[in-house]
Design a protein around this ligand. Structure first.
Ligand code: PRP
Length: 210
């Protein structure tokens, strides 16, 4: 049987994931010395894979990785057939609706245009508000869209609020809180139950020590 494989989101969440794993007693020395390698042996006979957030979902959904660590934002947008096991508490931020100068689009009539990197989250949110909107997908720096006149508002991730502030935008509505989550492949949960439970318990214990 292959080692339990954990897909880690590269970048912001990677460092905190490794810190948590080490607190849980898992040797991550190969990750510290990874160079350009993408698959790395971990302690306890496990294996780490470094991937972009959306790909973490893809690898876990398809069962080539058993476990994944990624943000609730990506799970809400793309994660339909994975099992969410733990809220890891780091990577805290939120999804919010923001407009130039804090203009209240909720009290206005007419179809609004919303720019976002997260079209599924955005459509679901405005459906709940029974508001008809046009959603335009943007790949990054979504804050540009209302400034250039492409959209009336954005749905985006807000962490410190600095990006919004420095571009004259303001949050007018919170959509959902976000943090890093441990996810699991549904079949792995049954087939590798004991190993996954042991890993989950080790992380849970490490989280209570923080
Ligand atoms: C995210 C998000 C905001 C920014 C928010 O962008 O889309 O632009 O962080 O952070 P703040 O509230 O602390 O300013 P990211 O850096 O991931 O890059 P992107 O714009 O390419 O999505």
């Amino acid at each position: 049987m292959r080692p339990i494989r954990i897909a880690l989101t590269k970048g912001r969440l990677e460092k905190q994931s490794v810190e948590l794993f080490e607190k849980a007693g898992i040797d991550c020395s190969e990750i510290h010395n990874k160079g350009r390698r993408l698959i790395l042996p971990l302690g306890n006979g496990m294996e780490a894979v470094l991937a972009k957030a959306a790909d973490v979902i893809t690898y876990v959904e398809n069962g080539v990785c058993d476990i994944g660590i990624t943000g609730k934002d990506t799970i809400m947008e793309l994660g339909t057939s994975i099992f969410e096991i733990l809220d890891l508490g780091f990577g805290r931020c939120k999804f919010a609706v923001a407009t130039a100068g804090g203009k209240d689009i909720f009290s206005e009539l007419g179809t609004k245009t919303i720019a976002t990197k997260y079209p599924n989250v955005t459509r679901r949110f405005f459906e709940k508000q029974t508001m008809d909107v046009n959603v335009i997908k943007i790949e990054g720096s979504v804050e540009l869209a209302p400034l250039l006149g492409l959209s009336d508002a954005i749905v985006d991730i807000v962490e410190t609020g600095t990006t919004l502030k420095e571009n004259g935008l303001q949050v007018i509505r919170d959509v959902a809180p976000i943090s890093a989550r441990m996810i699991c492949n549904i079949a792995s949960l049954k087939l590798r139950q004991q190993e996954i439970e042991e890993f989950t318990q080790a992380l849970e214990k490490a989280l209570t020590q923080q």
